[in-house]
Design a protein around this ligand. Structure first.
Ligand code: K2U
Ligand code: ZN
Length: 174
């Protein structure tokens, strides 16, 4: 396993639409998910899409447990959102690819998802609460969409400028 670099804006790879995994959940796909999970825990974060480590394939990993909880990783290969309910819920979102910027995003409160798990079994289940927020945030990544793309132009520009300024300051110190 390895901790991989997490791409941050304005890296254009983050805007790519990820392609489906062909040929099922192979050992190679599992090795990539192992790296994604190790990278996510080290960040730390509770979700990560493959495109965030520069691999535009439709793969997501997640662990909604807290830092002191027993690890409960979830793996999503070729995930699909089959249904959403009309009711929405606001959530103060962040993103490992938009470091140190948080803002409120409204998303459907529940969604029906279908995906292949770590063993290649097909799973279909409803997600709600933080699970619904996180899976929709990650599914956005697979479409090349960031949570800041749901914000007003002004707030999105503020986020971009804040990340660029932090990068310039980091380069000056290095
Ligand atoms: O995609 C990512 O960058 C991972 C996000 C997932 C996420 C974003 C918004 C809301 C829920 C999940 C990171 O985990 S951001 C860090 C974080 C950690 C705990 C709770 C919310 C966000
Ligand atoms: Zn994100």
């Amino acid at each position: 396993m390895a901790i991989r670099e997490i791409l941050t804006i304005p890296n254009p790879i983050l805007k790519q639409v990820s392609t489906p995994v062909e040929g099922g959940v192979t050992d190679e796909v599992r090795a990539l998910m192992d790296d994604m999970l190790e990278t996510m825990y080290a960040a730390p974060g509770i979700g990560l899409a493959a495109v965030q480590i520069g691999v535009p394939k439709r793969i997501i990993v997640m662990d909604l447990g807290g830092p002191n909880d027993e690890k409960q990783p979830k793996y999503f290969v070729n995930p699909e959102i089959l249904e959403t309910i009309e009711e929405t819920q606001p959530y103060e979102e962040g993103c490992l690819s938009v470091p140190d910027y948080y803002d409120e995003v409204e998303r459907p409160a529940r969604c029906l998802i279908r995906y292949l798990d770590y063993d290649g079994n097909q799973v279909e289940e409803w997600a709600e609460d933080l699970y619904a927020v996180c899976i929709q945030h990650e599914m956005d990544h697979l479409e090349g969409t960031l949570f800041i793309d749901h914000l007003s132009r002004l707030r999105r520009q503020r986020a971009v400028e804040k990340v660029k300024k932090a990068k310039r300051q980091k380069e000056r110190v290095a």
